[in-house]
Design a protein around this ligand. Structure first.
Ligand SMILES: *Cc1c(COP(=O)(O)O)cnc(C)c1O
Length: 463
């Protein structure tokens, strides 16, 4: 047996594109959350793989009849849970081309195009975010992995022997109580340890308190600990609160720590001149993560790690066996030198398609709409007699609750989600339940948000 015959591939390919087009055109008719029970998908599928190959038509039929109805539709314009991420048309097409090329650009020679397009798109995005030209970017799968790499660089920065000898138990990482769990996970994964992660207190708007950071650092130094990395967040996951980066950077630099800014979602909005000040201080930080797959309409996965000390990241991780040496090693960037994974997917292709298709103005227009709709919704919630805002909403996420016991808000969220019109998620703020409504899908319209708000009000009335 060999691969699909060309004519069969062409016919099925057209069919798949037609399916995608219809899916995205009619997606509003689907419930955002599927109505399935645990185990439904597994029990609908055979318990072992076929002995003999099957026709593609049969596979596609099961995709449509078993997989899609049990899918949570992340690309649905009324998916407002977690962060509302979306894959745009140009991004979807580029993903297919990536699979067709099947490039693994661990070294320049293994794909000059893959290696150089990554450098080009990283430089383009760097300019959109107005980062200094000392910032070098590399693409990873997720912010969790980008942040783990920042922590590895931080460890090498404060303890250059750690690469050879392993780390001592005295390194400390500082982040806020509202930081993403990936900071702590990264510290666990690289041997810094959970007990050496300090979660700095926050103010009423859920922002890291710089004075509390300083106190913790002083206390650690007094007992022989070494500040390794400080991680402020621009756009926290619970509420999109924005830590005071410039002040945090100043303090962290006094104590010689590496500063990594977690802007997985929020830093995308730094392409708006009116919001760029949230990254003030980045010029004196060491690294920043931003996820194009979060708010730049690029299909999952695409996370960017910028660092102005690529020399340190490389010093921490470059290890070149003989079989990966090439004649160009002295004159090119081999991206494998900047990370744990050897293999690298051609992720810059989709980012390049998306950046070119929308352009900076296109991106700015969509992000401004999302932020404006969040503001409008925030006003409507604040004016509602039974509801209240649970946090400020500086970007495109609104946190709110019903007045009265938390159970009511949970019930409201469950009812909206069960109805299929939208998918909302929750967090807990100062011990109280809050519903999160995130706006970020490229296909969401103001009418979608109004429809969700009507649905929320109707369910609230019933309660
Ligand atoms: C989503 C998010 C992450 C984790 O992103 P992954 O790419 O899923 O690992 C990290 N930090 C913040 C602030 C986030 O919002």
């Amino acid at each position: 047996m060999s691969d699909m015959p060309a004519e069969h591939f062409r016919r099925s390919g057209h069919e798949v594109i037609d399916w995608i087009t219809d899916y995205l055109t009619d997606i509003r008719e689907l419930p955002v959350l599927p109505r399935v029970n645990p185990g439904d998908v597994r029990s609908a599928l055979p318990s072992s793989a076929p002995e003999k190959g099957e026709p593609l038509d049969a596979i596609l039929r099961d995709f449509r009849e078993i997989i899609v109805p049990a899918n949570t539709h992340w690309n649905h314009p009324r998916f407002h849970a977690y962060f509302s991420v979306s894959a745009s048309g140009p991004g979807i097409l580029a993903e297919s081309l990536t699979a067709a090329l099947n490039v693994n650009h661990m070294v320049w020679k293994s794909s000059p195009a893959g290696s150089e397009l990554e450098l080009v798109t990283m430089d383009w995005l760097r300019q959109w975010l107005q980062l200094p030209d000392t910032y070098f970017g590399a693409i990873f799968d997720t912010a969790s992995i980008s942040t783990m790499h920042a922590l590895i660089a931080a460890r090498d920065f404060v303890d250059p022997e750690s690469r050879a000898r392993g780390s001592l138990g005295n390194l400390v990482v500082y982040t806020s109580q509202h930081a993403h769990s990936s900071v702590e996970k990264g510290a666990m994964a690289i041997g810094i340890g959970q007990d050496n992660v300090r979660k700095i207190a926050v103010d009423d708007a859920f922002r890291m308190r710089p004075q509390a950071l300083r106190e913790e650092m002083v206390a650690d130094l007094a007992v022989g600990k070494k500040p390794c990395c400080v991680v402020p967040t621009v756009g926290t996951t619970s509420t999109t609160s924005i830590d005071p980066v410039a002040e945090v950077v100043k303090i962290a630099n006094e104590y010689g720590a590496w500063i990594h800014i977690d802007g997985a979602y929020g830093a995308c909005a730094a392409i708006l001149p009116e919001l760029r000040s949230m990254l003030d201080g980045v010029e004196h930080a060491h690294s920043l993560v931003v996820n194009p797959h979060k708010w730049f309409f690029t299909p999952i996965d695409c996370s960017v790690l910028y660092t102005n000390r690529p020399d340190i990241l490389r010093r921490a991780l470059s290890l070149v066996p003989e079989y990966l040496r090439t004649g160009q090693d002295d004159s090119v960037v081999n991206l494998m030198d900047y990370g744990v994974p050897l293999g690298r997917r051609f992720r810059s292709l989709k980012l390049w398609f998306v950046m070119r298709y929308f352009g900076l103005e296109g991106f700015q227009g969509i992000l401004r709409d999302h932020i404006a709709w969040a503001k409008e919704l925030g006003q409507q919630i604040a004016a509602h007699s039974k509801m209240e805002l649970a946090a400020p909403h500086p970007l495109s996420l609104v946190c709110f609750r019903m007045e009265g016991p938390d159970e009511r808000s949970r019930e409201l969220m469950d009812r909206v989600n069960a109805g299929g019109v939208a998918f909302l998620s929750h967090t807990v703020l100062n011990g109280r339940f809050a519903i999160r409504l995130a706006i970020g899908n490229v296909r969401t319209t103001r009418e979608d948000i109004q429809r969700v708000w009507e649905c929320i009000q109707a369910e609230a009335c019933e309660l």
